[in-house]
Design a protein around this ligand. Structure first.
Ligand code: PEP
Ligand code: MG
Length: 591
């Protein structure tokens, strides 16, 4: 493809992790394909040809979509570049040769296509004509796309070989890829798709690197080596920024430095409102290496340990002993502060590649979290035993994700009791009084909070899922991000209902979803009666800052207004007004 114009150009997306960075980008293209020759039977020939034709149709639809977006976002001339791809895709000479290879040599479609396409690319690279030589690059690009479709490749980048700092640009990054990023080398990232509470965005906040998602076709429009400025406060990416723009952004960096100074001053101060209401402010972590950040940012222990990241990016699943070592390390390092370990929440957008789970049409509504664990009792028991054993070495509490009704709670409790009995028989110590709680992240759980509250020791509201399930808006899909509204009255009522049920039965309620780390929404949550907030370690100081600058009375007045208002945007505006007027420094970098 020809180079994009070199003038300044701004892309707008969704800001998911605060901060500004600038530098050269690395565009992550899809993985190289592993193609092997497979002999096929006579009977399989027709279906193999069909598979090939199908991949051409899918590729065509995808290119058309990219072309449409590029034309819309850049210019018709840029969009025309894809005409060459479309023409090649319809080239009968190539298509017929691939089909002939499948039929005559009785080989798999990917092998046949790869062999034929490679030969054409090699021939094009040899010709004198510069225009034709450039088309070889188009053909390579196209070959990759067709192979992606044939092999159903989605997202498989190898980031282990980064040698210099860069900003990553990709169509999407999976949570498992994001979990592997080296903060020293990845200054930030920008993706075409994604939402604010996708696990990829959560990982960016946890790594404390600026990120913008939902940038539509940025990975198609930019090339590795382009220089960009990424603004994770406002969700923009500026390519080839002018000196004037760089100067303006310099001001953001200065604002950030002066805010950091203010935040440092309160790191060891309590999270208490101006009129004396103390809030338990804890951190969300993904592994034992996050403990340092928890201590550094002045959190009151851990409110959510997402244990699934111990299961992702590993050759072998961790057994009881491996898990025990991790949990005890975290508990011991943070003792006497509490560490709430959430049992495995695989599924949705978090997969362990080595589990070979079947693809599901609706993974977020499917076999995930507690459903998956109850169906895999041996795996679940290993985790329960590991958590129980670690409870002897610190202040551990445990909670189950995705509880939808009492039955799941009862079944999990039965398994837990069995594990306790085994440990007693084996003379292995554990905390007999370890508190066990339930996450409230499915609307049905909030609606029966009264029944659950009689059984559990605490609630932790998983607002990321609670919002997506209540409003039927996929948390990872930028196309419905306008519907994903934390201040929707339905959400506020469910939170209120949960808090009231908890308090009636003498237990506490926390919020460990992303709204618990949003300074704009924190006063509203406190006003609704939430007792604990848990968020990424790096955000703790900002949340503490806002808590220390509001009065419980004004938070309660805000909640009262919100519960009587039926407009999400009006509620949000009131939240913003309160937060901005009480803590203006937190908003200096937001437009
Ligand atoms: C949530 O759903 O709000 C939550 C904290 O869990 P996760 O984001 O891991 O699904
Ligand atoms: Mg959840």
């Amino acid at each position: 493809m020809s180079n994009p114009p070199k003038g300044e150009k701004t892309f707008h997306g969704i800001a998911v992790s605060a901060g500004v960075c600038r530098g050269k980008i690395l565009v992550l293209h899809r993985a190289r394909h592993l193609i092997s020759r497979r002999e096929i039977s006579d009977d399989a020939v027709a279906s193999e040809v069909k598979r090939f034709e199908h991949s051409l149709v899918r590729t065509r639809t995808q290119i058309k979509e990219v072309q449409r977006r590029v034309t819309q976002n850049m210019s018709a001339a840029e969009g025309d570049i894809f005409e060459a791809h479309l023409m090649m895709l319809e080239d009968r000479v190539v298509i017929d040769e691939v089909i002939r290879t499948i039929r005559e040599q009785k080989v798999n479609a990917d092998f046949a296509f790869h062999t034929v396409a490679d030969r054409y690319v090699a021939a094009m690279e040899q010709v004198e004509d510069e225009y034709l030589r450039e088309r070889a690059a188009d053909m390579k690009d196209l070959t990759g796309r067709v192979l992606d479709n044939l092999l159903e490749v989605k997202d498989a980048f190898d980031l282990k070989h980064l040698s210099e700092p860069c900003i990553l640009v990709a169509h999407d990054l999976s949570p498992s890829t994001t979990a592997q990023l080296d903060k020293k080398l990845v200054l930030g990232f920008a993706t075409d798709i994604g939402g604010k509470t996708s696990h990829t965005a959560i990982m960016a906040r946890s790594l404390d690197i600026p990120a913008v998602v939902g940038l539509k076709a940025i990975s198609e429009e930019l090339e590795s080596g382009d220089y960009i400025l990424l603004d994770g406060y406002n969700g923009t990416v500026v390519v080839n920024p002018t000196d004037k723009t760089l100067f303006q952004y310099g001001q953001l960096e200065k604002n950030k430095a002066s805010l950091d100074e203010k935040l440092r001053e309160i790191i060891r101060q309590p999270a208490v409102t101006l009129d004396g209401k103390a809030i338990h402010l804890s951190a969300n972590i993904e592994d034992q290496f996050d403990v340092e950040a928890v201590l550094q940012h002045g959190a009151d222990g851990v409110g959510l340990f997402r244990t699934e990241f111990l299961f992702i990016n590993r050759e072998q699943l961790p057994g009881e002993e491996d898990q025990y070592q991790v949990y005890r390390q975290v508990a011991a390092a943070l003792k006497p502060q509490q560490v709430i370990i959430r049992t495995l929440d695989l599924g949705g957008d978090k997969f362990a590649s080595n589990l070979q789970l079947d693809k599901e049409v609706n993974p977020f509504l499917g076999w995930r979290a507690i459903r998956f664990c109850l169906a895999q009792p041996e795996m679940f028991r290993a985790q329960l035993r590991a958590i129980l054993r670690a409870s002897a070495e610190g202040n551990i509490k445990m909670m189950y994700p995705m509880i939808s009704g009492l039955d799941e709670w009862n079944r999990a409790t039965t398994l837990l009791e069995q594990c306790k009995a085994e440990l007693r028989a084996e003379n292995i110590p554990f905390d007999e009084k370890m508190d066990v709680g339930a996450m409230i992240e499915i609307p049905s759980a909030a609606l029966i909070a009264d029944s659950l509250a009689k059984r559990v020791k605490f609630f932790s509201i998983g607002s990321n899922d609670l919002i997506q399930y209540t409003l039927a808006a996929d948390r990872t899909n930028e196309k419905v991000s306008h519907l994903y509204e934390p201040t929707h009255p339905a959400i506020l009522r469910l939170i209120k209902m949960t808090v009231e049920a908890a308090h009636k039965h003498g237990i506490w309620t926390g919020v460990c979803g992303e709204i618990g780390g949003d300074p704009v929404l924190v006063p509203l949550l406190i006003g609704l009666g939430v007792d604990e907030l848990s968020c990424a370690p790096a955000i703790i100081p900002e949340v503490k800052y806002i808590i220390r600058r509001i009065k419980l009375a004004e938070a309660q007045a805000l909640a009262e207004f919100a519960l009587g208002c039926d407009s999400p945007s009006e509620i949000f505006a009131r939240c913003l007004e309160l937060a901005r007027s009480n803590a203006p420094s937190l908003f200096e970098n937001k437009a």
